[in-house]
Design a protein around this ligand. Sequence first.
Ligand code: NCD
Ligand code: ZN
Length: 409
Amino acid sequence: MAGLRIVGRALVDGKLLDEVTVEIDGEFISSVSIGESGSGPRLLLSKGQLLLPSATDLHVHLRDWDQAYKEDVFTGTSAAAAGGITTIAEMPNTVPPIRSPEALRERLKLLATRAVVDYAVHIGPLKKPEDASRALELGACGMKLYPEDLERLEDYLRVSRESGIRLVVHAELKGGDEVETVKMLLSYVKAGDDIRLAHISRAESLRIIELAKKELGARITVEATPHHLLLSYEELDENSRRISTVRPPLASMSDRQYIFSGLKRCSVDFIASDHAPHTLEEKLSGKNAPGFPGLEITYPLMLTEWFEDRLDISTLVKKLCRAPAEYLGIPKGEIKKGFYADLAVFDMRERWSISAKDFLSKAKYTPFEGRKLSAKLISVFRRGELIYNGELIAKGGGIHVSELRQKHG
Ligand code: NCD
Ligand code: ZN
């Protein structure tokens, strides 16, 4: 039986085409053709609407467990769906942390019952290569190092080389800044290493990384967040400053402009939200609560950059959708036959302003409050299933990336 056809403007092979038919059969895209074709149920996009791949976010803190008051797996993944994100990779600094194969197994159980979108999990520092190998068997997508772990960087590099687990580094040593930390880190990297640098925020860091990418023969990849791409401390008003504390801190306007230009030079590989929810009370009391929610606005914020002519759409969708999916080894992030039907419909004619009180995340504040956007999310499909259409439809159903790879065969 023929599945759903979506007909309208879509991004195919890096190009925006005015009339495309995307056919969905079960969980996959079964054909992509120019013009209208096929028969059976049809979703006809209106003028101004645009079909894009949904996104994969490599840097998400869903909290839960002892910090479920800040966010839990259900509310966090609901926020992802409401932001056009259908796969997330979780960070391991939960309480208790995910630092052993046993903890990872527990986490995967929780995600299997509560996640609305598909998921991967990073594991925290593991000292023994055999633990890393077990974590890899369970499907860990990388080992995340925090600033306090960098004293033992050489140990973790060894574990990574021996087990094959990739490293993801928050490059900001205690008392040191990002630039110094990036320099130190890269001095230990050898050809063949695989290291992802999380949320790079400073122009000088990116310049150093750009050289290293060319010279070291290692796979060095870079994440940038919407806040480091679009906000600088000096541009914020007093109110936003109070809730904009984040690690690494928002930098200067020239820093953010340089990071933004890295998207075009391809030295920035991924756009990731670093969704890091805390309660508003924690933020306002000046407690150690760095970070803020970002899942719901990352895609619309960045799409507005395209709409306002600051970035081309093919680059943008590559960094938000295809490159992170490729990192996780899953066929998502492109509108292409054989790929999962993970899709998002945006309306580019509807101007709207960000209002955090509408977030599905438990954290209902953002330094982007009131910002005007030109990309309104209309609907989201996860593996062919409509999970969001202005309201959240799915109440679960997310699966692990290793299952995604198996099903695809
Ligand atoms: C992260 C968090 O809250 O978990 N916060 C942040 O500001 N990015 C922790 C971290 O990545 O340092
Ligand atoms: Zn983080």
